[in-house]
Design a protein around this ligand. Structure first.
Ligand code: S3P
Length: 178
């Protein structure tokens, strides 16, 4: 069974890395936000608008529980997923969790041009964005750091992560697609 779970702040690169890794490990890639959008037939922005953040967190919790029935996947969670409803403990039971650690400055830089689809940061100036990230990260990193592995920046590449996973779980993967 291959259950790889990527966690980290918005904009840290969970989906980009997750897609590439899933291809290499020959398992499905699951993007938590996209799955919730498909189930709800609404964008994350619309869900926040209609149900508030707490409604969205309940949907996330329900979605995470549904993963207990799946055998093989690489999952990219939403940035807040591990920080609500005891999700970090649950994620650690479901699979191997990897935290993609990045500095607040780097995240602010990476998020500067993709604020609109993220309801928590939409409309923030670049300066306010950095303050927001610093504050949230100081709270959230306590949860993130409960991951099985904290990845340095250098390890946040498909090559390095694949190597690491094969070292940690040498027998649990289907052969790589050529
Ligand atoms: C959120 C992160 C988003 C999405 C929602 C809330 C958060 O996911 O789940 O906008 O609380 O950090 P990404 O990390 O994929 O942007």
């Amino acid at each position: 069974m291959t259950r790889i779970i990527l966690i980290g702040f918005m904009g840290c690169g969970k989906s980009t890395l997750g897609k590439k890794l899933a291809k290499r490990l020959n398992v499905p890639f699951i993007d938590s936000d996209k799955e919730i959008e498909a189930i709800q037939q609404r964008t994350i922005g619309e869900i926040f608008g209609e149900h508030g953040e707490s409604g969205f967190r309940e949907m996330e919790a329900e979605f995470i529980s549904s993963l207990e029935l799946k055998d093989d996947f690489v999952l990219a969670t939403g940035g807040g997923t591990p920080c609500f409803n005891n999700a970090m403990a649950q994620l650690n039971k479901i699979g191997s969790t990897f935290y993609l650690e990045r500095s607040a400055k780097e995240l602010a830089h990476r998020l500067a041009h993709s604020k609109t689809k993220r309801p928590l940061i939409v409309g923030l100036s670049d300066e306010d964005l950095l303050t927001f990230i610093e504050e949230k990260l100081s709270v959230r990193s306590e949860f993130y750091k409960k991951a099985s592995v904290i990845l340095t920046r250098e390890e946040q590449t498909p090559d390095e992560l694949e190597k690491l996973i094969r070292l940690l779980q040498p027998h649990s993967h289907s052969p790589q697609k050529s």
